[in-house]
Design a protein around this ligand. Structure first.
Ligand code: DAH
Length: 336
């Protein structure tokens, strides 16, 4: 191909370009590594000096013309695209795209509300792992290898000594070890696991653990704190009752009942005609638990509370079956 052939061809090629892709194709064809023009540039080296100058000038001129036409065609395509976009009409009367709004799960709602109450009392929210060492989940909480209390919390073992935590109580130990020096005032919300299922038990459920360790903490601090949480959560009229109980990591231990919020204590199906509803477990931290992590139980005492979040949510929203929380049925979830 001679320069004149290229000259007579390039305007035609570029003028046929309708899109940016076409234009890029034309650029590669006319100026790329395999183009006729570049071949001519390469052939210059074999010419006499005069010829070299002449052809060089001519080829550079040709290259400039091609580049100019490519560039002006690109601007033309640009402004055509802009005009087209500007002339598009939007029909504002068309129905919009609907975004479904989610809502906070009733378990989270309940937990956040309890944590908020605890926050106003100065309890800081902390977290611990769901896959836990036997030591934190049992041993350090005074539940030794053959302790019958393990039976009540038969769990999922991942490896010897590694379990899915059966309770949030191990976070008491983790928090005390991490914070080192009392006072400790922490709350932990999280998932726990047990081999258990019926309409009030699920193999995965949620607890909130509360721990307060300081000088001169007594049972009356525990009772006052529990009463306040229950009144804020249910109603100012709610009464609490403490029954003696047993947990290996607290001494003394208590089970807390609230006066039935459904029947005002006249007796109904929900309180089993007793007028009271069992709500949580608590107690004063066992001296052995403190001693094991080098906190002197002569100087420091504390209380701990374990709250089952599902139980509270079932009472507050009057939900009859725990499984409803975890079936992800929108007919259920969209009510909250
Ligand atoms: N961890 C106990 C359970 O899962 C609940 C509990 C009871 C926690 C008493 C406490 C407590 O902190 O003091 O059954």
């Amino acid at each position: 191909m001679q320069p004149d052939d290229i000259r007579s061809e390039f305007k035609n090629i570029i003028s046929q370009c309708k899109t940016f892709d076409d234009l890029e194709g034309a650029r590669v064809h006319l100026l790329g590594k395999k183009s006729a023009l570049l071949n001519l540039f390469r052939s210059i080296q074999w010419l006499q000096i005069d010829e070299k100058k002449k052809l060089g000038r001519e080829l550079n001129l040709l290259k400039n013309e091609i580049e100019f036409l490519l560039e002006s065609t690109r601007s033309k395509l640009d402004s055509e695209a802009r005009d087209k976009a500007l002339s598009e009409k939007i029909d504002v009367s068309l129905p919009g795209v609907k975004y479904e709004l989610g809502s906070i799960h009733p378990i989270s709602q309940t937990a956040f509300e309890i944590l908020d109450i605890l926050d106003t009392l100065g309890f800081e929210s902390v977290h611990g792992p769901e896959i836990e060492h036997d030591f934190y989940n049992f041993e350090s909480l005074n539940i030794s290898q053959n302790h019958p209390a393990r039976e009540m919390q038969d769990t999922f073992y991942i490896a010897p000594n590694i379990v899915l935590r059966t309770q949030t109580s191990p976070v008491q130990i983790r928090a005390m070890l991490a914070l080192k020096n009392p006072p400790f005032r922490i709350a932990c919300f999280g998932k726990v696991y047990r081999r258990d299922q019926d309409i009030t038990h699920s193999p995965m459920f949620h607890q909130i653990e509360v721990l307060h360790v300081n000088k001169n903490i007594s049972f009356s601090d525990l009772k006052g704190t529990v009463t306040l949480i229950m009144k804020r959560l249910f109603s100012n009229k709610v009464q609490i009752r403490l029954r003696s109980s047993f947990f290996p990591f607290t001494e003394p231990s208590a089970e807390v009942d609230i006066s039935c919020i459904f029947c005002n204590q006249s007796g109904c199906r929900l309180c089993g005609e007793t007028g009271w509803i069992e709500i949580l477990g608590c107690g004063l931290v066992h001296p052995k638990v403190l001693k094991r992590i080098n906190i002197n139980p002569e100087t420091y005492t504390g209380f701990a509370i374990g709250i089952g979040v599902e139980r509270i949510a079932m009472l507050r929203f009057q939900i009859p079956d725990i499984r409803l929380f975890f079936e992800n049925d929108l007919r259920f979830l969209s009510q909250f």
